[in-house]
Design a protein. Structure first.
Length: 432
């Protein structure tokens, strides 16, 4: 992409309600803009990041034999009456009416719809196990939409559902999804922890959340410094969860825990952003919606189920909550809108322009995600912009070109390294 042709409306203006870095920098960097309370447009850069995350999620799920579907976003109220959730979900569920006064719901999640889909299509133990997922819009009329993409009303979620002939097989798949989710968040370059979550009536390890560690997280979690153990404070009976969630990061880090982890390690409190949730459902929905299968002895039994969610649009903001500085975003390599930004410092200098163009064409041919800053703007302005947006590397073609050198600016460290023009490709290949 040529920057002169791109729609990247960066701005100095901070939205008045934007208290978090991800909210400020995503708006200022021209990634998103607010359409209404909890409603966001994804502009070209935001859309690229969203798609990159979606692709990684899909890639790992497909490798684990999950089937992608796309369910209708608008669902008839009858579905929700059958499970009883039209009453229990309350105002988070947005209802609409069509011209014939039929009631519908904008999907906040899809357990009912998916059970209806497999019912009468999955009838035998031979059809099982089955794992279906979609990456689709959800609507939840949140009481307090806030923090930009972290808590929107309309958002993109991956929701998955698995069906099994036995509890043992469901637990096997649940464990496989835990491993799959870990691969996804690792590929995204995130520092995250898996924690035990409140599983209501199910108990045991039936509910696990994936938290990105960040000062601004809305949840409080306990983690061990020497093993993988982690728990949401909501699971610990002696702790008042709300009290903890209201503490700032500094206040929280001063809180100590007397107990040790069962492995002997030290436990500490951290703030986390919930980016994923996996949950063993048992036969709650299959019983309510009478979705049965015939077992090996020909006996009808309700399907065993588990459900798996990832906040895809929430992840866009989570990457930035974890990776930013005072100048703006610092994208991880796998999430960056463009990996390499080529900066022509002075657009009137023919040698700079011609090297910039040549480099740009060559990197495009190599399928490297590259953007060429060919705008007629001052160098300082263009650098500030690049730092705000957060391209991992900027190749600065400037004054040093007379000595046969360019500089590579590393967004994370803000270090500039001089590179001989002849060595640029080797250097770039090392970076990508
Ligand atoms: P939370 O406690 O944050 O409200 P939840 O328990 O309601 O989350 P789930 O129903 O488990 O969330 O949804 C699966 C995933 O969808 C969550 O782990 C989260 O990443 C994402 N998600 C949930 N609500 C929102 C929202 N309002 N905006 C963006 N992402 C969301
Ligand atoms: Mg919620």
């Amino acid at each position: 992409m040529r920057r002169s042709r791109a729609f990247i409306p960066t701005t100095k203006e901070v939205p008045s309600d934007a208290t978090l870095p991800s909210h400020q920098f995503l708006v200022r960097g021209g990634f998103i803009n607010q359409q209404g309370a909890g409603l966001y447009n994804f502009l070209p850069l935001g859309k690229i990041v969203l798609e990159k995350i979606r692709t990684i999620v899909k890639d790992e799920l497909d490798k684990a034999d999950c089937n992608e579907v796309q369910l209708s976003f608008v669902t008839p109220i009858g579905l929700w009456n059958k499970s009883g959730r039209s009453d229990t979900m309350g105002k988070e569920m947005l209802r609409i009416q069509d011209r014939h006064q039929n009631d519908f719901v904008l999907s906040p999640t899809n357990e009912e719809a998916i059970v209806e889909l497999v019912k009468n299509r999955v009838t035998s133990y031979k059809d099982l196990p089955l794992n279906l997922y979609q990456i689709n819009t959800k609507f939840r009329d949140e009481a307090r939409p806030r923090y930009g993409l972290l808590r929107g009303r309309e958002f993109l979620m991956k929701d998955g559902y698995s069906f099994h002939a036995s509890k043992e097989d469901m637990v096997r798949e649940f464990d496989l999804m835990e491993e799959t989710y870990k691969k996804i968040f690792t590929r995204l370059g995130l520092n995250f922890r898996v924690v035990k979550a409140d599983s209501g009536s199910i108990g045991g390890d039936g509910s696990k959340e994936f938290h990105v560690l960040a000062d601004s997280g809305e949840d409080t979690i306990i983690i061990c410094d020497s093993c993988e153990y982690g728990a949401n404070v909501e699971t610990i009976q002696s702790i008042n969860e709300d009290e903890f969630n209201e503490l700032s990061y500094e206040e929280l880090s001063k809180k100590t825990i007397d107990e040790k982890c069962s492995c002997g390690g030290e436990l500490s409190f951290k703030k986390g952003i919930e980016v994923g949730h996996i949950f063993q459902l048992g036969n709650k929905y299959s019983s309510a919606l009478e979705a049965n299968f015939n077992d090996e002895n020909g006996r009808a039994k309700p399907l065993e189920m588990a459900t798996y969610g990832i906040g895809v649009s929430r992840l866009v903001a989570s990457v930035i909550e974890q990776n930013h500085d005072e100048s703006g975003c610092i994208w991880t390599k796998s999430t960056a809108p463009y990996l390499i930004n080529i900066m022509i410092s002075n657009i009137k200098n023919e040698a700079q322009v011609s090297l910039g163009e040549e480099l740009y064409e060559k990197l495009k041919d190599l399928n490297i995600e590259v953007i060429l800053d060919d705008r007629k703007e001052r160098f300082g302005f263009k650098m500030k912009d690049a730092e705000l947006i957060g391209f991992p590397y900027t190749v600065i073609i400037g004054k040093e070109l007379v000595n046969g050198e360019v500089q590579i600016f590393d967004r994370k460290t803000k270090n500039k390294t001089s590179v001989k023009v002849d060595d640029i490709y080797t250097k770039i290949m090392e970076l990508v």
